[in-house]
Design a protein around this ligand. Sequence first.
Ligand code: MLT
Ligand code: MN
Ligand code: ZN
Length: 299
Amino acid sequence: MFRARILGAAAGGGLPQWNCGCANCQAARRGEIPSLTQSSLAVSGDGIFWAILNTSPDIRGQLVATPELHPTGPREVPIRSVLLTNGDIDHVAGLLTLREQQPFTLFATPEILAVIAANPIFDALAPEKVTRRPLALDTEVEIAPGLTAELFAVPGKVPLYMEGAEAEVRTDLIGEQTVGAHLRAGGRDIFHIPGCARVTPALARRLDGAALVFFDGTLWQDEEMVRSGVGTKTGRRMGHISMSGEDGSIAALAPLSIGRRVFVHMNNTNPVLRPNSPERAEAEAAGWTIGQDGMEISA
Ligand code: MLT
Ligand code: MN
Ligand code: ZN
C-alpha cells in the first residue's frame, strides 16, 4: 500500500507570494484560483506512519490541515522521518517549526546535511531527539514502516543562498546537491523529483515503469518570469526544466510508461495554476495532473 498527500504544491514563495502582483497572485488573493502553500509531500507505506519529503516554511499550517499527521498522544506523532531533496529555503526552513523535542530521523545526502550543519540555527532540533542520517546516493533505506527511499542525482544546482558572488553559476551539476527520491512500497515504484534541470537519458530509464511520478512543475516556459515582469531569471538559470516545449518535461516523459504523472513545485507565475487556461488543458491532455494542496494519491 502506498499513500501520498501533497501538503504543498507551490514552489518557493507560494501562491500568492507575499510581494508578488502577477496575474496569478492577484487572482489567488481575490479567491478566483486556489491558493497554494510551498513544496512538501507526505508519504506512507502502511497508512499509519508517514515520512515528510521536504519541509517548507508552511509546514505548520500543512500539518494542522492534515488529520493523518496529527498527534496521537501527548507528545506522539505518526511522522517517522523527514527527507530532503535539496537545501533550498523552501525545502528546509520548515525544519525550524519541527523543533519542540520531537523524535524523528532526518535523511539527506551528506552534502545537504553539511549545509544544515553549517547553519547553527538548525541545532534547535535537539540532536538527541532528531537523528541526522546521511544517505549516500543510490542506497535504499527504510524511512517509515513498509516504505523505502533511495536518493539519486538529477541535474541541478546548489541552493540560491550558497551561489556566492561568482558570475557563472553551474545550474546543471549532477551530484548530491539536488536529488530525486525513489520510493518503494508494496512492490511499487514512486518518484518525487521537485527540482530538476533536465531529463537525462539515465533519468528517463529510471522513471520508465513507475507507478507514480511527482515532478518539477516550476515553470510552463523558460522565460515565464521575465515575461510576467516579476524577475530576470530563466528556468534554466534556476535549475528548473520547463513543462512545455521540445526539451520540456511533458515531451521528455511522454514516451515512458508511468502509471500516474503529477506536477508539483509550481511557481506562482505558471499558467497551469489557472484551472481554465489553455496551458492547463494541454498538460492534462498529455496525461498530467496539476498537483493541489491536500490532494491524496495512492498507488
Ligand atoms: C528553487 O526551487 O529554485 C528555489 O527554491 C528558489 C529559492 O530558493 O527561492
Ligand atoms: Mn524551490
Ligand atoms: Zn506571482
